[in-house]
Design a protein around this ligand. Structure first.
Ligand code: BMA
Length: 317
C-alpha cells in the first residue's frame, strides 16, 4: 500500500517577505475548523540559531492554502519554550483544539553537549484554543527527565482514559526494556498528568528510532495511525508507515503497512535535512485519508489514499 502525492506539492513553501518563515515551513499540524482546513506549520527564518515558530494557513480543499497572518501565530513565550517551539500536532476534543508541540529552552544551535548533561533537552508541551487566536498554555506534559517528542493525542477517551503516543529518546537500556528510542503509550484523566507508560513500538534492525506521526484518525474499521521510522543504511532516511489499531484497544495492531511513503522527489531528497518525509497531520476528506508531512525539513506536502483501499487491505489474509 502506498500514499499518492498530490501534483500541487509542495503545498506550502517558505515566504521570503516574512522574516520568520523565509527559510523553511514544514511538519504541519492539521485540523478541520469552521468548514475549512487549517495548517499550523513550523517556520524558520534563519539558520544561525534555528528558532522555530508557528504560522497558520487555511484552505477550502485541503490542497491550496493561503496564509492567515503575516506574523507568527505562536512563538516561544514561556521559560520552557524560549528556545523554540517545533512540530505542532492538533487533536480536537469537544470544542477545544489541543496542540502538542516540542519546546526547547535554548535555541537548537546554541546548545552544547554540556546542556544535555544538565538535562536541557526537548520536551513536549500542550496548549489549547477554540479560535486559533487565543491560546491557553497548559505546560509540559512529558515525564520529568525525558527527552521527549513526537507526542500525539487520541481525540477521545478509551475505557475512561485519554491516550497518547510519545517517544522518550533517552528511555533506553535495561531499566526501560528497549534498546533503541521507541514509541510509548501513556494514559491520562485530564490530558495534563500522564502515567502507565508502556512500550508500543520498537525500532527494528537497521533503524535508529521510531516516532508517532499524526494524531490517530478514527474510522469504522479502527484507528488509522501514521508514524515514521528512521532507517540507518544506506543513508539516514525518514519514511512513513500506516497502522490500523483496534478501536477499543489501540495496543492491538490490526495491520501495519511500511513504508507507505519514502523520500523520492527532490523536495524530500534535498532540503535543509535530506531524505525526510515526516508526517505530522492527517484527516479524512472526500473518502480519502489526507496525510500532511514535512519534506526535507523545508516544505509542507500532502499525500493521500482512498479509505476503501485501506479497508480492503485489512481483509487480505
Ligand atoms: C526529528 C525532528 C523533526 C525533524 C526530523 C528530520 O528528530 O527534529 O522535527 O523533521 O528529525 O530532520
Amino acid at each position: 500500500m502506498k500514499l499518492e502525492r498530490v501534483k500541487e506539492n509542495p503545498i506550502l513553501k517558505p515566504k521570503k517577505e516574512n522574516w520568520w518563515e523565509s527559510e523553511a515551513v514544514f511538519n504541519p499540524g492539521v485540523t478541520l475548523f469552521k468548514g475549512k482546513i487549517l495548517l499550523l506549520y513550523r517556520a524558520i527564518g534563519e539558520h544561525l540559531h534555528y528558532i522555530s515558530r508557528f504560522g497558520l494557513a487555511e484552505s477550502g480543499d485541503g490542497i491550496h492554502f493561503e496564509r492567515k497572518s503575516k506574523s507568527p501565530i505562536l512563538m516561544g513565550e514561556k521559560p520552557w519554550e524560549m528556545g523554540a517551539i517545533e512540530d505542532p500536532r492538533i487533536t480536537k476534543i469537544g470544542e477545544d483544539y489541543y496542540i502538542s508541540y516540542v519546546c526547547l529552552e535554548i535555541p537548537p544551535r546554541f546548545k552544547s553537549s554540556s546542556d544535555y548533561k544538565r538535562k536541557i533537552f526537548p520536551r513536549t508541551a500542550l496548549t489549547k484554543t477554540r479560535d486559533f487566536k487565543n491560546f491557553e498554555r497548559l505546560g509540559i506534559i512529558t515525564p520529568p527527565g525525558a527527552d521527549d517528542r513526537d507526542v500525539v493525542i487520541f481525540p477521545r477517551k478509551i475505557k475512561g482514559k485519554y491516550l497518547m503516543f510519545h517517544r522518550p529518546y533517552n528511555w533506553v537500556g535495561k531499566e526501560y526494556g528497549v534498546k533503541k528510542p521507541s514509541i510509548w503509550l501513556a494514559e491520562s484523566k485530564d490530558l495534563i498528568h500522564w502515567g502507565n507508560h508502556r512500550v508500543f513500538l520498537e525500532p527494528r534492525e537497521n533503524e535508529i528510532k521510531v516516532g508517532a506521526g499524526a494524531p490517530p484518525v478514527e474510522t469504522g474499521f479502527g484507528w488509522i495511525f501514521v508514524y515514521h521510522r528512521v532507517e540507518e543504511k544506506p543513508e539516514k532516511c525518514y519514511k512513513a508507515g500506516l497502522m490500523i489499531l483496534d478501536k477499543e484497544n489501540p495496543e492491538k495492531i490490526l495491520a501495519d503497512f511500511y513504508p507507505v511513503l519514502t523520500p523520492e522527489t527532490d523536495y524530500e531528497k534535498e532540503g535543509d535535512i535530506s531524505n525526510v518525509v515526516f508526517p505530522t497531520g492527517a484527516l479524512i476528506k472526500d473518502g480519502k485519508l489526507f496525510v500532511y508531512y514535512g519534506g526535507g525539513d523545508k516544505v509542507c506536502c500532502l499525500a493521500s489514499i482512498k479509505l476503501e483501499e485501506i479497508k480492503k487491505s485489512l481483509k487480505k489474509p
